[in-house]
Design a protein around this ligand. Structure first.
Ligand code: ATP
Ligand code: LTN
Length: 333
């Protein structure tokens, strides 16, 4: 809470082409809060450098991610959209919170374990303290709700623990945030291995549907999606492939699992996969069109970045100044 205002905050890394997992698990749910909350949605470029990035690609993707936020329906007049590295208070608070986060807490994070296996040649300190920078993002804005996919729940819970620890020592400093995880779409799985999360950094591009894939590519990828033994279109633990496709179909059409099972009773996997491809392509077409228009005007995107960073800074400075005062740092007027 900032005064009487409730706050929603989330972020996406500009570390690759965004997927329908990012869309359904996160971005699509950001706008739910636009009317009644003060909302901050950030392009977290500083998180992205915890794994090596090519500078020109990071720069390009920063523009693209901001344009995609807007193309997905986030109106910059109603939401503060900005780039993390343009608001230096994030890293300043991160240092402070590093001193309130325990080594063992960070050692338990599954994303750290996964990423340090995947990037064994670059297990850097930033990868380890990644959740502390994320906690700083969230706590700087006195956030109430954090809409994320389920893979980020553990990080938001760590953020809550850090906030509570800090508040116990220095009362009334931070709002303790809640993770909000969409019921459907919380974890979209890979089309090649439905036991694995669909991820923008997957090397197998056929396993991933990108928001910007064209219609033919989307339909082809779903046609090739791994399904399960048997022929029934049914949502079940022993049918991870079909269940994942049912979830995607449900997210894009708003239909319930039961309605979908009824709709495809007696039909085969081929028909179903084609239908999933078509509804996905239909739903993404307007997003893609708007995205192309927005990306064509770089100056307008830069003006947006500037405005977003100015708005965000105002809030960030207030919280950071309060934290410094509580800690005993001398602040000159
Ligand atoms: P990377 O592959 O680089 O780790 P990512 O695809 O996991 O990236 P992030 O930028 O880490 O994407 O995540 C942005 C948001 O999208 C987070 O809230 C995350 O929980 C959500 N998200 C990512 N992948 C999925 C998925 N497959 N299903 C649902 N939500 C997802
Ligand atoms: N860690 C998140 C991205 C992220 C974020 C945040 C999400 C960075 N800062 C603050 C919510 C709130 C991820 O990897 N998806």
């Amino acid at each position: 809470m900032f005064g009487e205002q409730k706050i929603s905050y989330s972020g996406v890394q500009p570390s690759g082409n965004l997927t329908i997992g990012n869309y359904l698990g996160a971005i699509k749910n950001f706008s739910i809060y636009s009317e009644q909350y003060k909302t901050f949605y950030c392009v977290v470029d500083q998180h992205a450098i915890t794994v090596r990035q090519v500078p020109a690609e990071l720069r390009r993707r920063t523009y693209e991610t901001l344009a995609l936020y807007m193309a997905c329906g986030l109106d910059p007049e109603k939401n503060t959209l900005y780039v993390q590295s343009m608001v230096p208070e994030h890293t300043e608070l991160a240092w402070i919170l590093n001193c309130f986060t325990m080594f063992v807490e960070l050692s338990r994070m599954t994303q750290f374990k996964d990423k340090s296996t995947k990037h064994a040649d670059n297990v850097n300190a930033g990868l380890f303290t990644y959740p502390v920078l994320m906690a700083s993002d969230i706590l700087l804005y006195q956030t109430d709700v954090v809409p994320v996919g389920i893979d980020q729940k553990q990080h938001v819970e760590l953020c809550r623990d850090v906030a509570e620890r800090f508040n116990q020592l220095y009362p009334d400093t931070f709002t303790v945030p809640e993770p909000v995880i969409a019921k459907s779409g919380m974890k979209i799985m890979s089309l090649a291995d439905p036991t694995k999360k669909m991820s923008k950094s997957d090397e197998n591009t056929n396993a991933v549907v990108y928001i910007l894939d064209d219609r033919d590519t989307i339909i082809r990828k779903f046609k090739r999606a791994v399904t399960d033994s048997g022929a029934e279109i049914r949502y079940a633990a022993d049918k991870p492939g079909v269940s994942n496709l049912i979830s995607i179909y449900s997210c894009f059409t708003g239909k319930t699992v039961e309605e979908i099972e009824r709709e495809f009773e007696g039909k085969g996997y081929g028909d179903f996969k084609l239908a999933v491809g078509e509804v996905t392509a239909d739903a993404l077409a307007p997003v893609q069109e708007k995205y192309r228009m927005l990306l064509a005007d770089k100056a307008a995107l830069e003006a947006q970045m500037k405005k977003g960073a100015e708005e965000a800074s105002w809030y960030a400075r207030r919280t950071l100044s309060k934290v410094k005062k509580k800690l005993g740092f001398v602040q000159l007027r």
